[in-house]
Design a protein around this ligand. Structure first.
Ligand code: ZN
Length: 291
């Protein structure tokens, strides 16, 4: 059965730390140097290859959303993504998933049904480098994963550390679990200023200058995200029209399940796409469970 192979393939969807080396570095959040419990920080912090360089040669963008799900704003984000036919990555917070809100299970089910990838963003969104006990960091990572896996019944393969906070403790805990931190390239800071215009200007200005793959970080719990997202997508469509007329490379939107397929060993990804394309419904099911 082909599906057996696909399911086994899920275990391989772990980003290889070897591939993350030598790709520049990223400034980690500032930690208080006077804090005696502060773990030693890696200097410089390796930049995790969340999505790697542009695979197509075109400037690329992957949409990722953190800190949800929120029954009030996440459905609006999903509506927008559906309208523009975009499949994103949602880094869920365990306590939001585990909340007593009866709308949450259906909301997470909708994410999967509509072909988004869901991932772990810890249980309580703690700064894993600043919590005093290692055990607190351990349980925040594992409890978040367990909450999502319990609700969905699927294996969660991607992880993003809150605040992008990096230190030896985080690196060690992720390495023990075969994970890497899924970082971002573009952070419009809408979670802080809640200004959709500012977010739009930052994202479109960055994309206009870019020739690489960009992982965009936004927050599906913020109204600024709901307002800025369609504006950004309309800008990409218009910009690609302009680029087509001047024969410039278009901005390509990376679909999250296809990014998961890129992580499969060479040969398996084309085979998977080929075999699932021939069986009605399987491709959608596959997109829903990857990684
Ligand atoms: Zn977050």
């Amino acid at each position: 059965m082909p599906f057996d192979v696909e399911v086994r393939g899920l275990d391989l969807l772990v980003l290889d730390p070897e591939e993350t080396r030598g790709q520049g570095c990223r400034v980690p959040v500032d930690l208080d140097p006077a804090d005696p419990h502060r773990p030693a920080r890696l200097e410089p912090a390796p930049r995790p290859a969340a999505a790697g360089p542009s695979a197509s040669g075109d400037p690329e963008i992957l949409f990722t959303f953190d800190d949800g799900p929120s029954p009030s704003t996440t459905p609006k984000v999903l509506d927008i993504l559906a309208k523009y036919k975009i499949h994103a990555v949602f880094f869920l917070v365990g306590e939001m998933v585990d909340s007593q809100n009866k709308k949450v299970p259906a909301l997470v089910a909708r994410m999967l049904r509509e072909g988004h990838v869901i991932a772990n963003h810890t249980m309580h969104h703690k700064d894993l480098c600043r919590v005093k006990q290692d055990d607190t960091a351990v349980s925040d990572i594992d409890d978040g994963r367990d909450a999502i896996e319990k609700l969905t019944g699927m294996k969660i393969g991607w992880f993003r550390t809150p605040y992008g906070s990096r230190c030896k403790r985080v690196e060690d805990l992720l390495a023990e679990r075969g994970l890497t931190h899924f970082h971002w390239d573009l952070d419009p800071q809408e979670w802080k200023h809640n200004d959709p215009k500012k977010a739009f200007d930052y994202v479109t200005g960055s994309l206009a200058r870019s020739s690489d793959r960009n992982v965009l970080l936004m927050h599906d719990i913020k109204t600024a995200t709901v307002k800025a997202l369609p504006e950004i997508l309309d800008w990409i469509l218009a910009e690609n029209q302009r680029r087509a007329e001047s024969k410039k490379r278009p901005i390509r939107i990376v679909q999250a399940p296809l990014l998961a397929l890129e992580q499969l060993p060479k040969g398996l990804a084309p085979w998977t796409l080929d075999v699932t394309a021939r069986i009605t419904g399987v491709r959608t099911a596959l997109a829903a469970v990857l990684p």
